[in-house]
Design a protein around this ligand. Structure first.
Ligand code: GLA
Length: 720
């Protein structure tokens, strides 16, 4: 790995890739990102086209709007900019030029924002480039980190006001770069509540395309991730470029094909309703974008993200530990429970080998329905006479850990908290705010609200033996206004909320290092790398139907490791779609993540309980593989009637393959799946037979199944 600067060319290279930029008369241009090259040998065409404003250059003139740029500003380049700043005189044109740069080992962390980290400086190198416009009094620091052995570049920017007086930032992308041509497709993960992360691949066309969230959270609608793919790229071959934003708020991903068929790609905070004031000497820091290059198709990209996010984004004790198999009472009871009922469920969980009982919504205040009590984080003794501490002790006495649900960013109108602090809710003064799920959002942009929540949560977590927390967030943001801020700072509110949230999360997770935190936002409304920095697990969707989950988990696997995916077996008919799938299929699908059950275990048939016991035993055996192994997609549910995937241990000694057969078909003989990731020369035992890795990978595994909703799992062991 090395970062070099020679003859005006910056190169960040390792054995997988090269990322290169060139200085031209002080302008920072993009040269190349992809397979290794010697970027000093690449020329820059300065030719112009009509209607393109030109700039003097020592050998003639050149045209910024025709060049591949690295972090373009609004002004001379006429395409959509990465950054747009309004100066005190109202001028929006900024022309930053190279000022200085620095190359060093390690990776600095942005203050107050989540980001990928290093444990040793030797793991990565960082390049900082400073650009400046002395007329505007604006300085931009661009950060690039390259890792030793991963095809990853982490990027972010800081924008500083060096003039006396103020300036407003209207847009500041985390990363931007121009590709030489537009012959690409792009993949994004779109959806809705309970239908998150569906894969869509579009052709790139002329003009502006892309996707965004304006929900105040990263959203179910568009995950903050995109893969740019060459048209011939497949699961295992071809050039793919991943862009993933370490951010949990409003985001925008733009893909812009210009008049010369150059392609501009940008991602960052959504500029819509964003306006950030920087006073003299102040800086604004963007969130981080994590960019992955793969010459080996989608699988190469996913492997890089999985490894990086599992080991250098997630933190804490549970980063390197298997997670307890759990029983969550939500779909089993909803709000209708008492202590006795909960203990019965926990006991049945213990009997099938589960390790953690999670008490979901409904344990606090007068919370017997979803129209009240959010904010009143004290136990409802009518339901739980022993209190949280007492209940936790009873669960512990069964030999299980105890976990608890919170929704700490919300407030119900019908709550003691609202009666005491009506001004803590986000709303526009003098206007009726819009409830969603009959609830409102606490203004996390306020420091007093942050402090209150830190204090409240830390003291509850101290008061009982709570080993797990599910941190939920069940509505999008509307009526955005911060009564504490001046009129010209209202455009800061949505981002200040996220910064406030990160402050609370940092305090609560660091004060309680023994607790396993799982984030949730009505399922996958905040399934993003920002949250993963604080919480290593995410409830991937409120949809627990096995068939629907296949698509949700397939999409999520593009970027997020299985160790971050909460996945449960629930009752049938399924509560979201009414579908009945066999327990085997539900188990197979749920075991592709951090496994658990979400139903009333005390009401299951003896036959199902016996099968569940076997499932839990199997899960405990394969759990290290699912948590730490390499994940391979073996088929696409969009193309085949089955979904298949496997996990392989790093040393290739063991693996597990899962097949979920979705729909049967008449006149069907059999199917073949080619395995991946095994040692070709080794002999493996699979389904009672001994077969070479080469045969399993190059010829494949043939199976006969023609039954709707079948779930099959095969443990694979190296025998020689
Ligand atoms: C959200 C979560 C669910 C459950 C409910 C409780 O919808 O995604 O898993 O916790 O809230 O209200």
């Amino acid at each position: 790995m090395a970062i070099t600067f020679n003859n005006g060319t910056f190169q960040l290279s390792n054995k997988h890739m090269c990322y290169a930029m060139r200085l031209l008369d002080g302008n920072l241009l993009h040269l190349h990102w992809g397979a290794p090259v010697n970027a000093e040998e690449i020329g820059v065409t300065v030719k112009g086209t009509a209607f393109c404003p030109t700039t003097a250059y020592e050998n003639g003139s050149y045209f910024l709007g025709n060049l591949m740029q690295e972090y373009p500003f609004f002004g001379v380049d006429l395409r959509r900019p990465a950054c747009s700043v309004e100066l005190m005189n109202g001028c929006r044109a900024v022309e930053p030029k190279y000022k200085s740069h620095r190359i060093y080992d390690g990776k600095p962390m942005p203050q107050g924002l989540p980001a990928v980290y290093t444990e040793e400086d030797s793991e990565a190198q960082t390049l900082e480039i400073v650009l400046a416009d002395s007329y505007a009094g604006i300085e931009i620091k661009l950060f690039y980190t390259i890792f030793n052995d991963l095809p990853v570049i982490c990027r972010r920017a800081e924008i500083k006001n060096t003039n006396a007086g103020y300036a407003y930032i209207h847009a500041a992308a985390s990363a931007a770069l121009d590709f030489f041509d537009s012959d690409y497709k792009y993949m994004h993960l779109h959806g809705a509540w309970a239908r998150e992360k569906h894969v869509e691949i579009n052709d790139v066309h002329h003009g502006i395309q892309g996707f965004e969230s304006l929900c105040g959270h990263s959203s179910h609608i568009e995950n903050p991730f995109m893969a740019l793919m060459r048209p011939d790229a497949t699961e295992d071959s071809g050039d793919v470029y991943g862009f993933s934003l370490v951010y949990s708020g409003n985001h925008r991903f733009s893909i812009i094909s210009d008049q010369n068929k150059r392609l501009r790609v940008m991602c960052g905070i959504n500029p819509e309703n964003f306006k950030w004031k920087i006073d003299e000497g102040e800086s604004f820091a963007t969130p981080e974008a994590v960019m992955v290059y793969s010459g080996d198709g989608l699988s190469g990209m996913s492997h890089a993200y999985h490894k990086l996010y599992r080991t250098r984004l997630c933190r804490g004790k549970y980063r390197d530990a298997v997670r307890p198999a759990l029983i969550n009472n939500w779909e089993g009871t909803y709000f209708d429970f008492d202590e006795e009922k909960l203990l019965k469920i926990a006991e049945s969980g213990k009997n099938i080998g589960l390790e953690l009982f999670v008490l979901d919504d409904g344990w606090f205040g007068e919370r017997n329905s979803d129209d009240r009590s959010l904010g009143d984080w004290y136990v409802n003794k009518k339901k739980i006479p022993s209190g949280i501490d007492g209940l936790a002790r009873k669960i512990n006495a069964l030999g299980m850990k105890f976990g608890l649900w919170f929704e700490p960013e919300m407030i119900s109108e019908n709550s003691d908290l609202f009666r005491a602090h009506p001004q803590w809710r986000i709303c526009v003064p003098g206007r009726e705010p819009h409830p969603s799920r009959q609830q409102f959002i606490l203004n996390y942009a306020r420091e007093d609200v942050q402090d209150y929540m830190i204090e409240t949560l830390n003291s509850i977590l101290k008061s009982a033996d709570i080993s797990y927390v599910k941190w939920d967030m069940n509505r999008s943001m509307s009526d955005i206004y911060n009564i504490m801020a001046a009129p010209d700072r209202q455009g800061e509110t949505a981002h200040r909320y996220i910064l406030g949230l990160y402050r609370v999360l940092e305090s609560v997770t660091q004060t309680n290092p023994e607790v396993l935190f799982e984030s949730c936002s009505g399922g996958g409304g905040r399934n993003d790398p920002g949250m993963m920095y604080y919480m290593p697990q995410n409830w991937a969707s409120d949809d627990t139907d096995a068939l629907e989950r296949i698509y949700i988990q397939y999409g999520g696997s593009m970027v997020y490791p299985a160790s971050t995916v909460g996945s449960h077996v629930s009752a049938v008919p399924n509560h979201q779609v009414g579908r009945t799938t066999p327990l085997a299929m539900r188990g197979t699908v749920a075991m592709a993540g951090m496994f658990g059950y979400e139903l009333d275990l005390s009401k299951q048939s003896a036959e199902d309980i016996a099968e569940m016991k076997e499932q839990v035993e199997l899960y405990k055996r394969i759990r290290p593989l699912v948590t730490f192994g390499d994940y391979y997609r073996l088929s696409s549910p969009y193309k085949e009637r089955y979904a298949a995937w496997m996990f392989v241990s790093e040393d290739k000694e063991s693996a597990v393959m899962s097949i979920a057969y979705m729909l049967a078909q008449p006149s069907h003989l059999c199917d073949r799946i080619r395995l991946k990731g095994l040692d070709p020369d080794a002999v493996y035992e699979l389904d009672g037979k001994q077969i070479h890795g080469s045969t399993l990978m190059n010829y494949g595994f043939v199976f006969e199944c023609n039954k709707d909703y079948s779930g099959m799992m095969y443990e694979i062991k190296k025998v020689k």
